[in-house]
Design a protein around this ligand. Structure first.
Ligand code: SF4
Length: 145
């Protein structure tokens, strides 16, 4: 069964075909297509998206050659708390669709402000629909150092 970690349940909503490299993007597209068709479970740590990421080292996030795992886990926890999901649960993507409008503002303000993908995510139609204003708090992950 497909497995996805917490922050991917929110970030993937704004995927528009960009990513770290071709292999990563191709895999992400396939995983997302499957996740939208079939039940999947919520993983702790690296998932079926991470597996194709060039930043994954020893099963941990090593983005920008930094020990990023704790930051990413914090983002997972934030996403799961907002969505009221728990690691290990099996869910359908339609649950996320139904909860996204309620959690979007908090997610955007807590997680996105310094993220390197903010420009990409905020240019999507869905992002515009969910809220026009820019992030107001600091503390984004996936930050370029
Ligand atoms: S801006 Fe970054 S943290 Fe926010 S949804 Fe996009 S990828 Fe996720």
């Amino acid at each position: 069964m497909l497995k996805l970690r917490g922050h991917h349940l929110l970030c993937l909503n704004f995927f528009k075909g960009e990513g770290y490299n071709r292999n990563f993007v191709d895999n992400l597209r396939k995983v997302l297509e499957k996740a939208k068709r079939k039940e999947f479970y919520i993983a702790i740590g690296s998932d079926d998206i991470c597996i194709a990421c060039s930043h994954l080292k020893d099963n941990k996030c090593n983005f920008n050659n930094m020990q990023n795992e704790e930051k990413i886990k914090g983002l997972d926890t934030l996403a799961l708390n907002l969505l009221n999901f728990k690691a290990g649960e099996r869910i359908m993507w339609s649950y996320i669709d139904s909860k996204l409008p309620d959690v979007f503002t908090d997610w955007r303000d807590e997680a996105c402000s310094e993220c390197q993908w903010l420009e990409t995510c905020s240019s999507t139609e869905l992002w515009r629909k969910l809220g026009q204003s820019p992030p107001v708090k600091t503390g984004g992950l996936f930050r370029e150092e």
